[in-house]
Design a protein around this ligand. Sequence first.
Ligand code: KG4
Ligand code: ZN
Length: 342
Amino acid sequence: MNKIKKTLFSEKPVTLDKNSLIMAIESSCDETACAIVKGGREVIANVVASQIKIHQAYGGVIPEIAAREHLEAINVVIDETFKQAGVKGSDITAFAGTVGPGLVGCLLVGMNAAKTLSLAYDKPFIGVNHLNAHLAANFIDTKLEPPFIALLVSGGHTQIIKADSYSKMEIIGETIDDAVGEAYDKVARLIGLPYPGGPKLDKMAQEGNPFAFKLPEARVGGYDFSFSGLKTAVLRLVKSFDESEMPVKDICASFQECVSTTLLKKVKHALEETGYKQVVLAGGVAANSEIRRKIFNLKDEGYDVYAPVMKYCTDNASMVASSAYFFNNTFDNIDVEVFSRA
Ligand code: KG4
Ligand code: ZN
């Protein structure tokens, strides 16, 4: 793994190797995060400032408020990361920042901070795709190398990815409507759970009967998914009960059973078709208890299964540093701009 990177001012190229320290910044949504990672796998410092409490009052992320909060937090988060790591800016090999997809105003704060550091210390800037970063969370503290099949489930995306190498990755399936995290958050709102609904719904589901209600699994071709019909079915089910008598835990468990079964069927199919023996789970919804349980069950069938520990499932900057180290991307250029959609 020897990647050659250029800085803006110096003629001498920089090589990334096992001893490289990458400082990365993540600010694509409602977490301001900074981290320093050595050789793509060893986290030296990981700092996350969450805005959840601020957005809770509105029941969701308000982009303008999020961007302003990032501005407030960014310098403190960077200082704290240097402090925790015990290193100086001049010790860093390259600076990385998420450039998209995400909320543009939010991305601008983190990316420009990373670019500024790279110019100030004359080190390369590496722009990172947020989805690649979620996948790269699986490199932290492991020996994982491609090829593998990945299930990426987040607030904005649901994809099955065939990763042949660090530079060749193909999305072989994705949702045609709602993302899994989005479906969790919408269903949570339907049954009156506060934002962010996904983790709360998961908790309720663990105490309910997953087979209490038979919810419809969408029939979509290939490796694609659809979750909007399921959401409507839950809405109909919710409306069929008086609020005081609604079996909330059973509804949550039945929804969770339907989602996790659908996801795992397609992942298994992809593994069988490709013959790949490694499978990785990634994205914020990788924190979900039932999806984790079902994917880890694939171990019994001879597959190597990877899923990040909880703190690297949801948005963080260690995964961004790891992505900058391992994946070949086209954003490592100081002139790159942020983008909102994948
Ligand atoms: O990856 P992420 O931070 O968002 C994007 O990058 O889009 O993931 C956030 C999503 C939210 O929709 C949240 O509700 C969901 O992940 N989530 C969960 C759980 N923890 C987070 N969904 C279901 N069960 C969980 N335990
Ligand atoms: Zn994310």
